[in-house]
Design a protein around this ligand. Structure first.
Ligand code: SIN
Length: 334
């Protein structure tokens, strides 16, 4: 094994979890199976990786990211935190399926107590595609993780030559290479092989977060229900019956609740369930008390967090407090 004494290259731990970046075509057309190629094969096709960093690879999982349960998310966070705590690791890169990449990235952003760079990347095309994007994304992710300027910026997502904050980024297209975007814009880009920064994050994260994976054994169950015309109360009742401690309502516009469901929503708190009002729009804040009496109903407005991330923040918040006002403060803080 290469040691710090004989290698001035940054030492990057590469955790592979599967996804399309490890996908392999199954026929003539666009069909492929995600999470097949082992991490050694992903590295082998990236010329220049070894010049950038001393990369130590580990196949942590081999899954389609749709199969990320909370248990797997906790296992990922524990492994990342353990690697960041080591003196012989300068940064961590995670290859991940793009479908739930934004959720894993945000969770790590809130619970890994380290200033070392942690970078997630993936691919929109499988490794066997004619113009696969995985190799360049992996190279850029390692370049960002290996660069000293990336420290202390929170968990980063590197895709298609852009560097996004895990707080903001979301997958916004099913196919295109520029599938990832942040409502407030990317933090930076990969320019001539190195990170170039345009802005910094204002909200706390990683080492400054109140949440620490070292103190979290399990996550409380939090459900999510998306809005649509002709809504019904049954999905909310089903989450209550399943034992959910909170339900994220991905509401219309600013988190609006249909008038004919208002009483059902108001009743959630009495049933021991916290209502978190997010929006199905994907950008912009949900304002407390603007379209719903959050003060009267003991509910929480999700600020500008999208619904999947609001689920994770609500679960983390409920590991610390049951008080709706304190949970609200966390949403406005993180
Ligand atoms: C996945 O999320 O694991 C499959 C899709 C992708 O990586 O783009």
């Amino acid at each position: 094994m290469t040691t710090a004494a004989d290698s001035p290259r940054p030492r990057i731990a590469l955790l592979a979890t599967g996804g399309t970046i490890a996908g392999v075509g199954t026929g003539e057309g666009a069909a492929y199976r995600a999470a097949v190629a082992p991490v050694g094969e992903l590295i082998a096709v990236v010329p220049g990786l070894a010049r950038l960093a001393d990369v130590r690879a580990e196949q942590l999982m081999q899954i389609d990211s749709a199969d990320f349960t909370d248990e797997r998310l906790l296992a990922l966070a524990r492994r990342v935190a353990a690697l960041c705590a080591r003196d012989d690791v300068d940064g961590v890169v995670i290859t991940h399926g793009t479908d739930t990449l934004e959720e894993s990235a945000y969770f790590l952003h809130l619970v890994v107590p380290s200033r070392k760079p942690v970078v997630l990347t993936g691919a929109m095309r499988p490794a066997t595609a004619l113009a696969a994007d995985g190799p360049a994304n992996l190279l850029h992710a390692v370049a960002v993780a290996a660069h000293p300027s990336s420290a202390g910026r929170g968990v980063l997502v590197v895709m298609n030559e852009e560097i996004h904050s895990a707080r903001d980024v979301a997958k916004v297209h099913t196919l295109r290479l520029d599938a990832f975007a942040s409502p407030h814009g990317a933090l930076g880009g990969v320019v001539e092989g190195a990170p170039r920064w345009w802005r910094a994050l204002a909200r706390p994260h990683t080492a400054d977060s109140a949440f620490d994976i070292g103190r979290i054994d399990a996550l409380p169950l939090v459900g999510l229900v998306a809005s649509h015309g002709n809504m019904r109360r049954e999905p909310y009742d089903a989450w209550v019956a399943a034992g959910a401690r909170a339900i994220v309502h991905a509401g219309f516009g600013g988190g609006t609740v249909p008038a004919y469901l208002r009483d059902a929503f108001i009743g959630l708190r009495a049933r021991g369930v916290l209502l978190v009002r997010a929006s199905r729009v994907g950008a912009g804040p949900v304002i407390r008390n603007a379209t719903f009496d959050d003060d009267g109903c003991g509910s929480v407005a999700a600020d500008d967090q999208n619904a999947p991330r609001a689920r994770l923040l609500a679960a983390l918040a409920l590991t610390r407090t049951q008080d709706a006002g304190e949970v609200q403060a966390m949403f406005l803080s993180y």
